[in-house]
Design a protein around this ligand. Structure first.
Ligand SMILES: *[C@@H]1O[C@H](CO)[C@@H](O)[C@H](O)[C@H]1NC(C)=O
Ligand SMILES: *[C@@H]1O[C@H](CO)[C@@H](O)[C@H](O)[C@H]1NC(C)=O
Ligand SMILES: *[C@@H]1O[C@H](CO)[C@@H](O)[C@H](O)[C@H]1NC(C)=O
Ligand SMILES: *[C@@H]1O[C@H](CO)[C@@H](O)[C@H](O)[C@H]1NC(C)=O
Ligand SMILES: *[C@@H]1O[C@H](CO)[C@@H](O)[C@H](O)[C@H]1NC(C)=O
Ligand SMILES: [Ca+2]
Length: 521
């Protein structure tokens, strides 16, 4: 009982406080509404929900009944394991039971009677649910801790396995690895797989019974020994690659590779004192619900997140039907302190942050950009929220965004403007000589004829010579006997006779040539 109280106090900082509600009913200027937060279930004793398998078959003692001794008293072999007698049986379930005061119950293996063949046993724990460890895994051994063992984990219900931690009284000899302690790891190596010698050396079977996977020490690398800086831990869990996954498991497997030897060599004449006995496996963690649930229930033999944020699935790992406007995302611990819910959004809902200002009633999710966007914006609008005007249109400054007439056609003169786009006040970009908001006027000293051209002549300045008259600023009409653009040239300087009779022809020919010249400009 004392142990239990100490245990509960021990895991307090991680079990309470942050991220324990998914939503709250708040009153804002626009009236009351739900506000959503990242959320996670409370930490639980996971051994209450586990399925266990012990391998190989026949490794559990008692069938047939067998005597065994202890290292402390190797010649008094009065204990017996008998599977057919409840009081003397040591089945696997005794690793997970609630022990009555003073009565230690444990699973026990057969003894090492077949030495030198190794005494090997696998204990596999399965949850059929991903869980996130929040405290140390503590395995309690009676009659001495193994001299070699390893812990493996799976993240996919046992399809693939990965080493979690190696344990040996001599790491180099057993696994070819240098011995390390979690306390010596740093922020960059917090998820390193290590071999430790701390839990495998012989100190007497009653003095130290526990073998740990040190979750708290790894958390402390970020949060400090007193767990005062939980913000830093949550930030790191969010941002450091692979850190969150390090603490996530669906299954655990203990591979027991060599039993306790009592601090000396194997004594072949008394193999009854070599075996494994596990009285408890404590696994503290919470259901992994991707920060979309604060409750996890045990239904039909399986843990199941009670998903919020319109997510669904055992781990809230996908969006509910009709809430798939954007692709599913896990909630985030950031920004502190409430995190981001990253809720799933219904098609066309304002919560999906896809307002279309009434110009579209359809949204779609663009995966590679991770945005929801309005589809087929009407009323000459465009953009993610139909909030811009299509090219060739400009925003009516005095109309609201949801006005059907919010976008006005630029109406740029096709000849006078460079293109059909205009600026926010409806001004088009004009070619040389053109002017006016729509480029349908000409600048002074330009005349309009399929575009603006520089004036050739001017009535006021009398640029046409020899009595010529200016025709629409485009050309001089020369009197008989003169030619040239400005009528500056006499046609009949040499031969008056010829030119007098031909003068009309010359004039019309000149007019034609000037016209052709102008058209080419
Ligand atoms: C324990 O599991 C490992 C990995 O699957 C396997 O190779 C080994 O044979 C198992 N040992 C026993 C005793 O079942
Ligand atoms: C594992 O969980 C899934 C999802 O909840 C369920 O459908 C399945 O039946 C469970 N399997 C076992 C062996 O409990
Ligand atoms: C989930 O959908 C329901 C129904 O449309 C809505 O009332 C609720 O606000 C949504 N929750 C979240 C977190 O988006
Ligand atoms: C701009 O919008 C206002 C308000 O809707 C409207 O009265 C006005 O006619 C619009 N202007 C143009 C040029 O369409
Ligand atoms: C649009 O162009 C006109 C003419 O160049 C200019 O006077 C006006 O300031 C521009 N408006 C904006 C919003 O840039
Ligand atoms: Ca027990």
């Amino acid at each position: 009982m004392l142990y239990l109280v100490a245990f509960l106090l021990h895991c307090l900082p991680l079990a309470m406080g942050h991220y324990d509600i998914c939503k709250s009913w708040v009153t804002t200027d626009d009236g009351p509404s739900w506000e959503f937060y990242a959320c996670q279930p409370k930490a639980m004793r996971m051994k209450d929900y586990v399925t266990v398998k012990v391998d190989p078959p026949g490794i559990t003692c008692g069938d047939p009944p067998e005597r065994f001794c202890t290292h402390e008293n190797p010649y008094l072999c009065s204990d017996e394991c008998d599977a057919s007698t409840p009081d003397l049986a040591h089945p696997p379930k005794l690793m997970f039971d609630k022990e009555d005061e003073g009565l230690v119950t444990y699973w026990q293996s057969v003894t090492w009677s077949r030495y030198p063949e190794p005494l090997l046993a696998n204990i596999t724990l399965s949850w059929n649910k991903s869980i996130e460890l929040t405290d140390d895994i503590v395995v309690t051994f009676e009659y001495g801790r193994p001299t070699i063992m390893m812990l493996e984990k799976s993240l996919d219900n046992g399809r693939t396995w990965h080493p979690y931690q190696y344990y040996a009284d001599d790491c180099m000899e057993a696994f070819g690895m240098p011995a390390r302690r979690v306390r010596d790891l740093s922020t960059t190596s917090a998820n390193r797989i290590i071999c430790t010698e701390e839990y495998s050396r012989w100190v007497g079977s009653k003095k130290e019974k526990n073998v740990r996977l040190e979750v708290r020490d790894r958390f402390a690398i970020f949060a400090g020994q007193d767990f005062r800086n939980m913000d830093n831990l949550y930030t790191r869990l969010e941002s450091a690659k692979g850190l969150k996954d390090f603490f996530t498991v669906t299954d655990l497997r203990m591979r027991l590779l060599r039993p306790a030897l009592g601090g000396t060599y194997v004594q072949r004449e008394n193999l009854y004192k070599y075996f494994y006995a596990v009285s408890n496996i404590e696994v503290t963690g919470r259901c992994k619900c991707n920060l979309h649930a604060n409750l996890c229930s045990f239904k039909e033999g399986t843990l199941q997140c009670e998903c919020e944020h319109n997510t669904t699935g055992q781990d809230c790992g996908k969006c509910k039907k009709n809430f798939r406007t954007r692709s599913w995302r896990a909630g985030s611990y950031l920004p502190l302190p409430n995190g981001s819910p990253n809720a799933c959004a219904a098609a066309g809902s304002a919560f999906g942050n896809c307002e279309c200002y009434g110009h579209s009633n359809r949204c779609s999710y663009i995966d590679f950009l991770n945005v929801v966007t309005c589809v087929s914006c009407k009323h000459n609008t465009r953009g993610q929220h139909c909030q811009h005007c299509r090219l060739g249109f400009y925003r009516n400054g005095s109309a609201e965004l949801d006005d059907e007439n919010v976008c006005i056609e630029c109406n740029c003169n096709q000849i006078g403007s460079l293109h059909d786009r205009c600026n926010e006040t409806g001004y088009c970009e004009c070619r040389e000589g053109a002017a006016g908001p729509k480029c349908d006027d000409c600048l002074p000293n330009y005349y309009w004829r399929q575009g603006c051209f520089p004036n050739v002549c001017d009535e006021e300045l009398l640029i046409c010579q020899n009595g010529g008259t200016c025709y629409q600023n485009q050309r001089c009409i020369c009197p008989a006997g003169y030619q040239g653009i400005l009528c500056e040239q006499s046609k009949c300087d040499s031969d008056t006779k010829t030119c007098n009779s031909a003068s009309r022809t010359y004039l019309s020919l000149t007019t034609f040539l000037i016209g052709a010249l102008i058209l080419q400009l």
